[in-house]
Ligand binder design. Structure first.
Ligand SMILES: N[C@@H](CCC(=O)N[C@@H](CS)C(=O)NCC(=O)O)C(=O)O
Length: 217
C-alpha cells in the first residue's frame, strides 16, 4: 500500500488511518510526498495517479483510489481489526455523517480561502471570497468546538476515528489563517488528546508537523 500525501493537507486523515491499520494489523505502507507548494500535483507522473491533481491517493496493486472518505472506508472494510469506524450501525452512521460534513462543507470552505482562484476568475473578487470564507471557516470551527465538549477523548468515544484526524487538520489550518486556539478551548483540549494518540502522533512526526500553527500577531 502506498499513500500519496502532502504534509498537513487533508491527506493527513488517510495517513493517520494507515498508521492505525499498521499498528493493529502489522500492514506496512509507504508514503510518497507530493509537494503541493511546488505544483507536484500537476506533474505528468502525479496526473497518472490522480488526474484531478489532488492528494490523497492510495495505491494498491498498481491501482489508485482517491477521495479521503473513500480511502478511509476502504481501509475500514479491508482491515476491520483496525476499528477505524464502529461496528454498531447507528454509531457508524454518525461517524460517516461527520466525515461527509467535514469533507463536503468544512474542507471546501477552507479551499475558498487557500485557493480563491479556483472560484473567481478575476483577481478583483478574490480578496472578498477569501475574507468571507475565512469568517465562515471560523464559524465552522466554533461548531466543532461545541462538538468537542462531548469528546471522551475522541469525538466518538474511546476509539480513534478518521474524523478526529480531520478535526486536527482543520485546527491547524485555522491557526495558519490567524484563528487563535485560545478562542476554541474545548476544541484545543480535544485536539491535544488526538495529537497524543498513537496513530496521530506517528503521523505528525512522519509529516514533520506541530499541532499549533497559530502565531500571535
Ligand atoms: N474531496 C477531495 C479533496 C482533496 C483536496 O482538496 N486535496 C487538496 C489538499 S487538502 C489538494 O490536493 N489540493 C491541490 C491543489 O490545491 O492544487 C478528497 O476528499 O480527497
Amino acid at each position: 500500500v502506498k499513500l500519496y500525501y502532502s504534509p498537513g493537507a487533508c491527506s493527513i486523515v488517510a495517513h493517520a488511518a494507515l498508521h492505525q491499520v499498521k499498528a493493529s494489523t502489522g500492514t506496512e505502507f509507504s508514503a510518497q510526498l507530493v509537494n503541493l507548494k511546488e505544483g507536484a500535483q500537476r506533474s505528468a507522473d502525479y496526473l497518472a495517479v490522480n488526474p484531478r491533481a489532488q492528494v490523497p491517493a492510495l495505491e494498491q496493486g498498481g491501482k489508485f483510489l482517491t477521495q479521503v472518505s473513500a480511502i478511509c472506508l476502504y481501509l475500514d472494510q479491508q482491515f476491520p481489526q483496525a476499528r477505524l469506524f464502529a461496528q454498531d450501525a447507528w454509531l457508524r452512521g454518525q461517524q460517516t455523517s461527520m466525515l461527509a460534513w467535514m469533507n463536503n462543507t468544512v474542507h471546501p470552505t477552507f479551499t475558498h480561502v487557500f485557493r480563491p482562484e479556483k472560484f473567481v476568475a478575476e483577481d478583483a473578487g478574490r480578496e472578498q471570497v477569501k475574507a468571507f470564507n475565512k469568517a465562515q471557516f471560523g464559524v465552522l470551527l466554533q461548531e466543532i468546538d461545541e462538538l468537542a465538549l462531548q469528546a471522551s477523548p475522541f469525538l466518538f468515544g474511546q476509539d480513534f476515528c478518521p474524523v478526529d484526524a480531520y478535526a486536527l487538520a482543520f485546527f491547524r489550518w485555522g491557526g495558519n489563517i490567524g484563528i487563535d486556539p485560545e478562542s476554541l478551548p474545548a476544541y484545543y483540549r480535544y485536539v491535544q488528546n488526538v495529537a497524543e494518540s498513537s496513530p496521530m502522533a506517528q503521523t505528525l512526526a512522519a509529516e514533520g508537523l506541530q499541532l499549533v500553527t497559530y502565531v500571535k500577531p
